[in-house]
Design a protein around this ligand. Structure first.
Ligand code: HEC
Length: 131
């Protein structure tokens, strides 16, 4: 009889002890990795990008491997394949600024930045894929 009741009880809602509502976002949802082929980024370009980033305001809002106002550069590297399409798209985003990709914080526009330099910096960011 007891066995029968337990059996029945487990078909009632709420029997499952695992919490169904989980308000903390899983990191995997935050990254939203986009599938695609990555080209290898020449070390010289990545190094130049790293230097450019250190001279600009990027580290006010970004950290290499930790979320700050903006996403960690390593997280950006995990989301986007390192190829021309995404490097150009992200370089454009750094120039015009914006929000919505990683949350509601806003990246300032960098209108004085050349597209070439922006691409070099983004190349450095995407070279952090395996960090
Ligand atoms: C005022 C703060 C701030 C500064 C300064 C800043 N960023 Fe950002 N950055 C952000 C925020 C916030 C986001 C997330 C934007 C979003 O959610 O779409 C971001 C996103 C990014 C992304 C990913 C964009 C995407 O669409 O996924 C890259 C790449 C990036 N920043 C590079 C840079 C570089 C390079 C610099 C320096 C030239 C820089 N950021 C300066 C705040 C900043």
């Amino acid at each position: 009889m007891t066995g029968c009741l337990l059996f029945a009880a487990c078909y009632l809602p709420g029997c499952n002890n695992e919490p169904k509502q989980n308000n903390t976002r899983k990191p995997v949802d935050y990254i939203k990795a986009i599938p695609g082929i990555s080209d290898s980024i020449p070390v010289k370009i990545a190094q130049k990008g790293e230097v450019l980033i250190s001279y600009l305001d990027c580290y006010i809002c970004h950290k290499k491997d930790e979320r700050s106002v903006g996403p960690a550069f390593t997280d950006v590297a995990k989301r986007y394949p390192a190829n021309k399409v995404f490097i150009e798209m992200l370089a454009q985003k750094v120039i015009v600024g914006g929000s919505g990709g990683w949350g509601s914080a806003v990246m300032d526009a960098h209108p004085k930045l050349s597209f070439e330099d922006a691409k070099t910096m983004v190349s450095y960011v995407l070279s952090l894929k395996n960090n």
